[in-house]
Design a protein around this ligand. Structure first.
Ligand code: NDP
Length: 337
């Protein structure tokens, strides 16, 4: 049983020596327990917050803890009445080959599911985040302009596609020409702009001739600076994540833009609202599951994932996620299906 531990806390961007791979015996389930074998491990930006000691919306990991993470796994051995060997489950095994469970919090997946890993993306937590953040807080209306960054990631891609289903003009923001092409050609966005371009702010303004009505905030930083002056009166800004800031150790240089933000909030009568998906919307999961499984089955919502082979490659893949090296939902294949 291989497991990856938090060896030390990162200062700024995580580095390989913040992680430690260990090997130990495969645990044995007692009566009422099951042994889960990890097949897919989800890598998500929130893990960066859990590696730091400071307060976040979830308690930090302790040094030497096994890295946390959502997983799709198979029941390798069951001494629990509700599960049998071979069942697929959505679980939280973390970064390891095997984990014991007493069944609490496990969600059974259909045995014949074509792509079980999709339960970590469009059909799971990131999809749910996009759905609730956009529809409940963003309140998009036909004809409005919606902007979303990290546009090819599992949250952003889903936000933009739901925006199209609701009749919005959707402008994505992504890192690089290939991602931007994917957002337009495959996901059906109206436009997508590379945030690394020197004239990024001008390009964004050009693609939003009627301003921005809904800005789904995934990244913060320079992207938000470019969006702020374009926001319309009564714009809605669901604040989902600020991935551009997760590795920051200090406030950015340059003029203090907080007064500008407050003034804009007031004059434009904007609404900005943060949310933590399961804390705020856990009770509405069924609504999401119903709509998204139908959209996905009908091909109305498309999904791209990047599968990295091997648990030992999880640290590098995770470090890359925070730099935009992933293209689509980042998943590690830990074991054979
Ligand atoms: P992604 O797979 O989209 O990965 C993050 C992406 O962020 C990168 O691929 C990169 O895309 C982009 N990025 C990284 N650094 C920068 C930067 N400096 N400037 C602009 N873009 C940057 O992640 P997810 O779809 O899983 O998550 C998206 C956001 O949603 C995150 O902020 C995450 O924390 C948040 N989230 C919040 C939840 C909640 O409950 N509030 C739940 C789930 C996710 P690119 O190369 O295109 O720039």
């Amino acid at each position: 049983n291989r497991h990856i531990h938090l060896a030390s806390r990162p200062h700024g961007a995580p580095a390989p020596d913040n992680f430690r791979l260990e090997t130990g015996p495969v645990p044995e389930p007692h009566e009422g327990q099951l042994l889960l074998r990890t097949v897919y491990l989800s890598l998500d930006p929130y893990m960066r917050g859990r590696m730091s000691a400071g307060p976040s919306y979830a308690p930090p990991m302790e040094i030497d803890d096994v890295m946390v993470g959502g997983t799709v796994s198979r029941v390798a051995e069951s001494r629990h009445p509700d599960f049998s060997e071979g069942d697929w489950v959505l679980s939280g095994n973390g970064w390891q080959d095997y984990a014991l469970s007493d069944g609490t919090g496990l969600i059974k997946l259909a045995r014949d599911m074509k792509h079980p890993s999709h339960a970590l993306g469009v059909l799971g937590m990131p999809g749910f985040t996009a759905y609730m953040g956009l529809l409940d807080i963003g309140q998009p209306k036909a004809g409005e302009t919606l902007v979303v960054a990290a546009a090819t990631g599992p949250v952003g891609a889903t936000v933009g596609q739901i925006g199209k289903l609701k009749g919005c003009r959707v402008v994505g923001i992504a890192g690089g020409a290939e991602k931007c092409r994917h957002a337009v050609d495959t996901l059906g966005f109206d436009a997508c702009i590379d945030h690394r371009a020197t004239d990024f702010a001008e390009q964004l303004a050009k693609q939003c001739p009627d301003g921005i009505d809904v800005y789904f905030e995934n990244v913060g930083g320079k992207v938000f600076d470019a969006v702020l002056p374009l926001l319309n009166t009564r714009a809605r800004v669901p604040v989902c994540g600020v991935v551009a800031q997760y590795n920051s150790t200090d406030l950015p240089d340059g003029p203090d833009r907080l007064p500008l933000l407050l003034e804009t909030l007031l004059k434009k009568r904007m609404r900005m609202q943060g949310f933590i998906i399961f804390d705020d919307y856990g009770h509405r999961y069924d609504e999401f599951a119903r709509d998204m499984s139908a959209w996905y089955a009908d091909g109305k919502v498309k999904y791209r994932e990047q599968i990295v082979q091997g648990l030992e490659n999880a640290p590098d893949a995770f470090i890359g996620l925070l730099e935009g090296k992933n293209f689509g939902k980042l998943v590690v294949q830990v074991g054979e299906a």
